[in-house]
Design a binder for this molecule. Sequence first.
Ligand code: BTN
Length: 270
Amino acid sequence: MKREHVELLDQSRILDAMPAAARRELGSLTVLDEVDSTNRFLMQRAAPDAAGIHACVAEAQTAGRGRRGRPWVSPSGANLYLSVVRAFATAPQSLQGLSLATGVAVARALASLGVAGIMLKWPNDVLLEGCKLGGILLETTGTGTQEPVCVVTGIGLNVDMPDAAGAGIDQPWTDLARSGSNPGRNRLAAHVLAELLGAQRTYIDAGFEAFSGEWRALDALRDCVVELDAGAARRSGIARGVDASGALLIEIGGRCERVLSAEVSLRSAR
Ligand code: BTN
């Protein structure tokens, strides 16, 4: 597919397109030509006593990180690679729902840019027309027992993926240009950042409960037969949404089991 004109990332254009309140909340926004991973870049700065909220976007990642140790295909000038670091004064287990809340923030940002039909696949794949449009990776430092947990939230969204790079992705994927709704990467970064900061504030005040209704409405797997992949053991069940903490509920043999993100991967068996 022919690629659209490449709009380079520009710090002032991103900041100008953010609401003033979100802009004031942001301690810094770093724009890089190339980095191994925007998450790793901010993990370096992450310290439980670090003040403020810092964001980073890059034109290209040479070692983009996906969930479960997978690489994230990150060619130059094509997509959005965005990370934000922030300290959360809360126990790590209550951060369980934060990655799901992040998915809701991304869906809100895309909706605000006129991208219709976004769905979320537990825990936080961003889907468009059933294909993967983006992913979210949360990484933490600090124990959370005595001190705040520092969370780096990484968001990757496919905007105008070159065919050659896309050939390296091992699952059905799409991008915004293919769906005819490319808002431009600077506007996209601004909307995602603003929604993310707002969602994090809400999460600090009210936890996942504040997002659970919206998450359920975006749930791509609800009532679908799915396959759980827990290493050696593979089991099938029916996805029944999430509980109040963000754990996936799977009906197996008439009983609902809670599934935590660290334990399994999930594949739709439909
Ligand atoms: C997934 O596997 O679905 C999660 C992908 C997360 C990719 C983003 S791109 C920006 C940030 N930096 C990284 O190295 N990974 C995340």
